[in-house]
Write a protein that binds this ligand. Structure first.
Ligand SMILES: CC(C)(COP(=O)(O)OP(=O)(O)OC[C@H]1O[C@@H](n2cnc3c(N)ncnc32)[C@H](O)[C@@H]1OP(=O)(O)O)[C@@H](O)C(=O)NCCC(=O)NCCS
Length: 203
């Protein structure tokens, strides 16, 4: 009976329930940001460890472990099945387009040593992800107006300069300057952005 009443209330006042759903998420969420039903925000840290700027749309997954922080600027998009996985710091600027199935990591997550990896597995599956892991963490920075094509991987320590485009299916292991198109595994610069495109910066 209670469930039926709740469903009727949800149908009558969808905006109220949507606001409540957003308020309950463990993240600082800017005005007009949209958190899709497909989105997962798994923030085991304080609320301000995950920040989503005004007008951004999140359809993918934001996960942090230990002291990990994720910051997303204004009017940026994180596509479905994309995963931002921070143990240190992943910063995404304004007007960034991240397509679907993109993975961004600021660490290795696991040790290179098989014995340690097994110990990590035991701890991770009983106590969660902790400092026991040999993270080898390095901050990741995705600057304003970057577009990351579907199915790409952005690995630890990478910084991507403003306006730069990453082709679909790329694996980015090294930092990239602003205003270039890069693609492939490992990703390489394939061309500079046209001068005309470089000058068309969003407001
Ligand atoms: C990177 C991209 C934007 C470049 O588009 P473009 O400027 O029209 O480039 P072109 O198709 O003319 O390709 C230029 C060169 O780069 C290569 N290239 C383009 N995309 C590539 C990719 N993803 N991986 C590897 N090489 C790629 C092409 O083979 C071509 O090489 P060549 O000059 O030796 O023939 C586009 O190929 C791409 O990957 N877009 C992402 C699409 C996507 O993921 N959309 C999801 C919705 S957001």
């Amino acid at each position: 009976m209670l469930k039926l009443l709740r469903n009727i209330a949800k149908a009558c006042f969808p905006e109220y329930f949507e606001r409540k759903r957003i308020r309950l998420l463990n993240a600082i969420i800017g005005a007009g940001a949209v958190i899709y039903k497909s989105a997962i925000i798994s923030n085991t840290n304080k609320k301000d460890a995950v920040k989503i700027g005004a007008g951004s749309h999140i359809a993918g997954m934001l996960v942090n472990c230990d002291k990990g922080k994720i910051s997303i600027g204004e009017r940026s998009f994180i596509g479905e099945d994309s995963r931002i996985y921070a143990v240190l710091n992943i910063t995404i600027g304004d007007n960034v387009q991240i397509a679907h199935n993109v993975n961004i990591y600021d660490s290795n997550i696991h040790s290179l040593n098989p014995k340690k990896r097994q110990q990590e597995f035991i701890v991770n599956t009983t106590q969660g992800f902790t400092q026991i892991n040999d993270w080898r963490e390095q901050e990741v920075i995705i600057n304003n107006n970057v577009w990351i094509g579907a199915g790409s991987f952005i690995m630890k320590g990478v910084s991507i300069g403003e306006n730069t485009i990453i082709g679909a299916g790329s694996v980015v292991l090294k930092s990239l300057p602003p205003n270039v198109v890069a693609a492939g595994n490992p990703s390489k610069i394939i061309k500079p952005l046209d001068q005309e495109d470089q000058n068309q910066i969003p407001d």
